[in-house]
Design a protein around this ligand. Structure first.
Ligand code: IMP
Length: 191
C-alpha cells in the first residue's frame, strides 16, 4: 500500500486522519521518519500554511506527504481567529486559553455562527495539490464534552444538538471540516 507522511505533531489529528485513511494508504508520522522539531507555519492563509508544512517534510524526505491547516472562523469576529486559531490567546497558549479567550470575546453576543475550514496540501513527485473541507455551526456559551481537542468542546455543528467533544470520533469524522477534506483526498488517491 502507498505510504504518506503526515506533517503534524498533533496526535489527535493523526488519530482522526488514520481512521479515515485506513485501507487506502499507510500513514507515517514525523516521529517514525525521525523528523523532530516544530514545523514552521507563518503564512497568512490556510493554503499557505498547509503548503509550508508539507514542503518542510518534502524537502527533508523527498517522499509523498501531506499537511493540513485549520481555522475556526467566527462571523461576529469578522472571521477571527481564522488562520491564527492555534495562537489566538498568544504564542505559547494552550487549547484551554484559546477557548477562554473566544468565550470572553463572544460574551453577550447573539450571533454565534462560525465555521471550521481545513485545507490539506498533498505533495507527490514535487507537485502539490489542495483539498478543502468545511463545517458550519455555532459557538456554545460553555464547554461540553471531553472528546477531541482544541475548540471541540464549544463548537456545535449544524443539525446536531451536541458539541464535537461529545461525539464519538467516527461521527465527528463523518461531518467535520477535516473529515470532509480527507474524503476528497481519498477520492483523489483512489483514482
Ligand atoms: P492547525 O494550525 O491546523 O493545527 O489548527 C489550528 C488550531 O485550530 C488548533 O490549534 C486547534 O486549536 C484548532 N483546531 C484544528 N482542528 C480542530 C478540530 O478538529 N477541532 C477543534 N479545534 C481544532
Amino acid at each position: 500500500m502507498k505510504e504518506l507522511i503526515f506533517a503534524t505533531n498533533n496526535r489527535h489529528k493523526i488519530q482522526e486522519v488514520s481512521a479515515l485513511l485506513e485501507g487506502v494508504v499507510n500513514i507515517r508520522s514525523l516521529e517514525e521518519m525521525g523528523l523532530a522539531g516544530d514545523i514552521p507555519e507563518t503564512a497568512d492563509t490556510l493554503q499557505g500554511n498547509a503548503l509550508q508544512k508539507a514542503t518542510w517534510v518534502w524537502e527533508r524526505t523527498g517522499k509523498p506527504c501531506f499537511a493540513d491547516d485549520t481555522g475556526l472562523e467566527v462571523d461576529a469576529l469578522d472571521g477571527a481567529p481564522g488562520v491564527y486559531s492555534a495562537r489566538y490567546a498568544g504564542e505559547h497558549c494552550t487549547f484551554d486559553d484559546n477557548v477562554n479567550k473566544l468565550l470572553n470575546a463572544l460574551e453577550g453576543k447573539t450571533n454565534r455562527r462560525a465555521d471550521f475550514r481545513t485545507v490539506i496540501c498533498l505533495i507527490e513527485n514535487g507537485e502539490h495539490r489542495f483539498f478543502e473541507g468545511r463545517v458550519d455551526g455555532q459557538i456554545l456559551t460553555e464547554r461540553y464534552g471531553k472528546e477531541g481537542f482544541g475548540y471541540d468542546p464549544i463548537f456545535m455543528p449544524d443539525r446536531f444538538a451536541v458539541s464535537f467533544a461529545e461525539m464519538p470520533l467516527d461521527v465527528k469524522n463523518r461531518i467535520s471540516h477535516r473529515g470532509r477534506a480527507v474524503a476528497k483526498l481519498v477520492e483523489y488517491l483512489k483514482k
